[in-house]
Design a protein around this ligand. Structure first.
Ligand code: COA
Length: 325
């Protein structure tokens, strides 16, 4: 029988500090009303003296506990992030060390911005299905609060920090990842980017460049609606499913208007689309696994339900996957 990657546990973590729209009114020229109606976001969590690997590890530990799997059983750790603690080692190596995952397990990071978790899940699925790896920990995490310009009202209201994780197990039943698709178009890299650290060496004479996140909001909005719609169709077709089969759609939480546009296009009822953007904003790679963990813990899923994940992000990147829970 062929191997399927089943998600056997989920976990998530968000920092304690929350920042409301009213808090932001004191920092930039904005209003609670503008942010809520244009984005659906009411508050976001922000890391205070907490690193990316720390919050990733907490989400990972929760997923291991939910799965009833010990760190010694994990042979693959993939962390999706564009806000790693360091250039190297990878955040996955820090998580491996923090959680006591066995030495010799493979641990590495994946960079695909807000689509990162689905790229990491796709990667782990292929490792598991090709043999040699029986239990994988996949984490999506970002700390965008260190990447955004807190004086730029067009971007600082949109993002928050958070992490989510799943444990995959190599199994032979019908439940698990049914199909998974990842795409990129680097020609539009400048629609959404962040240089992060800007370093030069003594042989270069470069003007300092913008280190913070830069975004063309309107273009990104249109790109998101177009690609996520296409990605859902692709996944449904590849899995032999119809829109009616979707028990829960878990989209990347970037803007409630993007999610609503997609929902209307698919003619999905409200209760078949999971959203928690009002509480966390856009947590980039953390967004989908954080929403998924909440959905699982709220009892929104029953055995054999079809769940669809769909995301888009900087790169540009977009991705989708369908699972039988
Ligand atoms: N508070 C108040 N006004 C704001 C504001 C804020 N936080 N941010 C922007 N504005 C202003 C603009 O300056 C503009 O003013 P102007 O008309 O005087 O020039 C006005 O609001 C409308 O701006 P616009 O960019 O057209 O708004 P919008 O309805 O497109 O919403 C976004 C802006 C960013 C919310 C929306 O484009 C979006 O969500 N895009 C996708 C972003 C995204 O998902 N990024 C992450 C990808 S993973």
């Amino acid at each position: 029988m062929s191997v399927i990657s089943r998600i056997i546990g989920t976990g998530s973590f968000v920092p304690k500090k929350f920042v409301t729209n009213h808090d932001l009114e004191l920092m930039v020229e904005t209003s609670e009303e503008w942010i809520t109606t244009r984005t659906g976001i009411r508050e976001r969590r922000i890391c205070v003296n907490e690193s990316t690997s720390e919050i990733a590890s907490k989400a990972g530990r929760a997923a291991l506990e939910a799965a009833g799997v010990s760190p010694q059983e994990i042979d693959l750790v993939i962390v999706a992030t564009v806000t790693p603690d360091m250039s190297f080692p990878s955040t996955a190596c820090f998580v491996q060390s923090e959680l006591g995952i066995k030495a010799g397990a493979a641990a590495f990071d994946v960079s695909a911005a807000c689509s990162g978790f689905l790229f990491a899940l796709d990667c782990a699925d292929r490792y598991v299905k090709s043999g040699g790896f029986s239990k994988a920990l996949v984490i999506g995490v970002d700390v965008f609060s260190r990447l955004i310009d807190w004086t730029d009202r067009a971007t600082c209201v949109l993002f928050g920090d958070g992490a989510g994780a799943v444990v995959l197990s190599a199994e032979t039943g019908a439940r698990g990842i049914l199909s998974s698709h990842v795409h990129s178009d680097g020609s539009h890299w400048n629609m959404l980017y962040a240089r992060g650290h800007v370093e030069t060496n003594p042989f270069e004479k470069e003007e300092p460049k913008e280190a913070h996140l830069v975004m063309q909001g309107n273009d990104t909005f249109k790109f998101a609606v177009r690609t996520m719609g296409a990605a859902i169709t692709e996944t449904l077709e590849a899995s032999g499913l119809k829109t009616e089969d979707i028990a829960l759609l878990i989209p990347h939480q970037a803007n409630i208007r993007i999610i609503n546009a997609m929902r209307e296009r698919l003619k999905l009822e409200d209760d078949r689309v999971f959203t928690n953007i009002e509480k966390y904003g856009n947590t980039s790679a953390g967004s989908i696994p954080l929403a998924f963990d909440e959905a699982v813990r709220e009892g929104r899923l029953k055995e054999n339900d079809i769940v669809l994940f769909v995301a888009f992000g900087g790169g540009l990147t977009w991705a989708s996957s369908a699972i039988r829970w």
